[in-house]
Design a protein around this ligand. Structure first.
Ligand code: FAD
Ligand code: MG
Length: 340
């Protein structure tokens, strides 16, 4: 038909090429959207089909809608509203993350505590109402922070918080779970090379074309965003950092950041500026980065050494960088000094 009406073969070729272009699924190297309170960026090298991006971002929003404390209808908000009153049935995503949270709370002797919600709300760090609370206010909420008062019933899939006023906050672990879920979609789609970056929770999937390891920049805690202290080499791993520079405010020369000591109700002050965990599972790495930050260098590293195939890199206030023996880290900013 087209050939009969249009005599010029060059025009016919152009039309065929255009039709072919329209019928081929187009690839998109990378997509970034706002979810989970941060910029989430997914890079699907060479195979970035829009339906896969859509599936990933839909999944991230589904997790946010179930786990956010800022969404009143989320499972976590419903559990918090029923604290001390009644158990609440939750989606299995939420139950899974809570089981793992309690595991890490036990393992870290409460340095990581998903019931830290009342302390987080009191300080309001990153919100319009951020402030340094008076000590009596802190003393009042501290008895509400105790992971042992979280009751999980696996048979009914329900959660009960033992005291009125208790509140869960999964800010330190849910992004890790979401990153694992994004990586699982990528794997199921048969995509060979990809990077998931959920505001500092990074998963590198597959290997680079030349088979060399991925290089993940380690943020300089005192530098501008994207200024690195060094590089971590990783393949098929997650790299997750908790740092003082993510969310904070300054008052009277002090920096008050968002990672709390659950026992003191104050931002953890252990000499660590950032704690990075390198392992296979991003949910675990997320919980551990927070736990190590709160535990401090000595206890934190001994916890990491007790967990197989898990490495840590800590940037300390005195400009030292301390890493576990199998962490593949290269120092690039020589204002720091590195010890293994
Ligand atoms: P991490 O060290 O991994 O976690 C620190 C966060 O964990 C703190 O912000 C606090 O929430 C909690 N925490 C502090 N101390 C402890 C402790 N000792 N043990 C356990 N947990 C602790 N941000 C917004 O501004 N608006 C939003 O609407 C919003 N929605 C979110 C929804 C979801 C589901 C998630 C996961 C995050 C959301 N966020 C939102 C971001 C969130 O508030 C945190 O800032 C972010 O998750 C912190 O991640 P991080 O990697 O910087 O630090
Ligand atoms: Mg964390």
């Amino acid at each position: 038909m087209i050939c009969k009406k249009i005599k010029n073969p060059f025009i016919v070729l152009c039309i065929l090429f255009f039709l072919n272009f329209l019928s081929c699924p187009r690839t998109e190297a990378s997509r970034a959207e706002f979810a989970l309170g941060t910029v989430c960026s997914i890079t699907l090298f060479e195979q970035g089909q829009s339906d896969i991006y859509r599936e990933i971002f839909n999944r991230l929003r589904e997790i946010e809608n179930r786990m956010s404390v800022n969404i009143p209808s989320s499972d976590i908000s419903r559990v918090n509203a029923a604290a001390g009153i009644e158990p609440v049935k939750v989606h299995e995503d939420v139950f899974r993350v809570l089981e793992r949270s309690v595991h890490f709370a036990r393992l870290s002797d409460g340095a990581f505590d998903p019931s830290v919600g009342p302390v987080v709300s009191l300080w309001g760090i990153g919100k319009d109402n951020q402030r340094v609370p008076a000590q009596p206010e802190i003393d009042e909420v501290l008895p509400l922070v105790n992971w042992r008062d979280i009751e999980l019933d696996a048979r009914s899939g329900s959660v009960f918080l033992g005291k009125v006023g208790m509140a869960l906050d999964l800010g330190s672990i849910a992004k890790g779970y979401a990153a694992d879920e994004a990586a699982a979609i990528i794997k199921r789609a048969g995509i060979k090379r990809a990077i998931v970056d959920l505001g500092g929770n990074i998963v590198v999937c597959g290997e680079k074309k030349d088979k060399s390891p991925w290089k993940v920049g380690l943020q300089n805690p005192g530098g501008k965003r994207g200024e690195y202290a060094g590089i971590i080499m990783a393949n098929e791993k997650t790299v997750v950092t908790s740092g003082v520079y993510e969310r904070y405010f300054e008052q009277d020369g002090f920096r008050y950041h968002h990672i709390f000591s659950p026992s003191r109700g104050y931002p953890a002050d252990t000499g660590i500026l950032s704690a990075t965990i390198i392992t296979a599972n991003s949910m675990d790495a997320d919980a551990l980065s927070t736990a190590v930050f709160v535990l401090g260098c000595e206890k934190g590293l001994s916890l990491i050494k007790s967990i197989p195939e898990t490495e840590a890199v800590l940037i300390m206030e005195d400009k030292s960088i301390i890493a576990t023996s199998a962490a593949d880290f290269i120092l690039t900013d020589k204002t720091f000094y590195y010890k293994k």
